[in-house]
Design a binder for this molecule. Structure first.
Ligand code: PEP
Length: 248
């Protein structure tokens, strides 16, 4: 809210093939989409160019990861330059699956964020606590530490969207309540105000991710500090259109 443009990203994770992507894209291209919302889809890297070629120009594309240098002996990885070359405008960094399944730490995520921004991509920077951390009352401490690592390397916030994604809500069907999400979003915005600046705090989009559905999106979108969503499972389904239009 407060003048921040609503932002909805669809993280397809390691899903889809050309024919499935064609049908998702057909339904997005034909849908009435709110033009007051930034819309981004993030296919697997090998399908980025294919998706860019068939999807409406109103929808931007994002990589799901990128490394901290432009090229070299880094088998299996992709650089921001490569993502840009195949038409991407954004990259998702620090997703909890990258952190927890692939062992990425705050330092690496911060370096990758800085390099992606320098290279001209926008970054959807993901942070979020695990269930045991929430239950131990450590949510604030954990998300502040993750955000601080990123903030230490970011000089311009214009192209950063912060995604608050509690790990216990990702892919579990357990959406945070609007109150739980709003509480953390407000804490994060306050952290930005105190540690970065008032203008960065008021202009940076903080989006929520974690089992958002067509059924839960409207109530979440009404919260003052929730500026959009990062959507996994539901971004592969027709209800993604309702999520994009949650603020209509
Ligand atoms: C995600 O992967 O960023 C995510 C939020 O997944 P899901 O919506 O499936 O919980």
């Amino acid at each position: 809210m407060a003048g921040r443009k609503f932002f909805v990203g669809g993280n397809w994770k390691m899903n889809g093939n050309k024919s499935e992507i064609q049908s998702i894209v057909n339904s997005l291209n034909a849908a009435p989409l709110n033009d007051q919302t930034d819309i981004v889809v993030s296919p697997p890297a090998v399908y980025l160019e294919y998706t860019r070629g068939i999807i409406s120009p109103k929808i931007r594309t994002a990589g799901q990861n990128s490394y901290k240098v432009a090229k070299g002996a880094f088998t299996g990885d992709v650089s921001p330059q490569m993502l840009i070359d195949v038409g991407a405008d954004w990259v998702i960094l620090g997703h909890s699956e990258r952190r927890n399944l692939f062992g990425e730490n705050d330092q690496l995520i911060a370096e990758k964020t800085a390099f992606a921004l320098e290279s001209g991509l926008g970054v959807i920077a993901c942070i979020g606590e695990k269930l045991e951390e929430r239950e131990a009352g450590r949510t604030e401490e954990v998300v502040f530490q993750q955000l601080a690592a990123i903030a230490a390397k970011v000089s311009s916030w214009d192209k950063v969207v912060v995604a608050y994604e509690p790990v216990w809500a990702i892919g579990t069907g357990k959406t945070a309540t609007p109150q739980q999400a709003q509480e953390v979003h407000a804490q994060l915005r306050n952290w930005l105000k105190e540690k970065v600046s008032e203008s960065v705090a008021s202009s940076t989009r903080i989006i929520y991710g974690g089992s958002v559905t067509g059924g839960t999106c409207k109530e979440l979108a009404n919260e003052a500090d929730i500026d959009g969503f990062l959507v996994g499972g539901a971004s592969l389904k027709p209800e993604f259109i309702d999520i994009i239009n949650a603020r209509s």
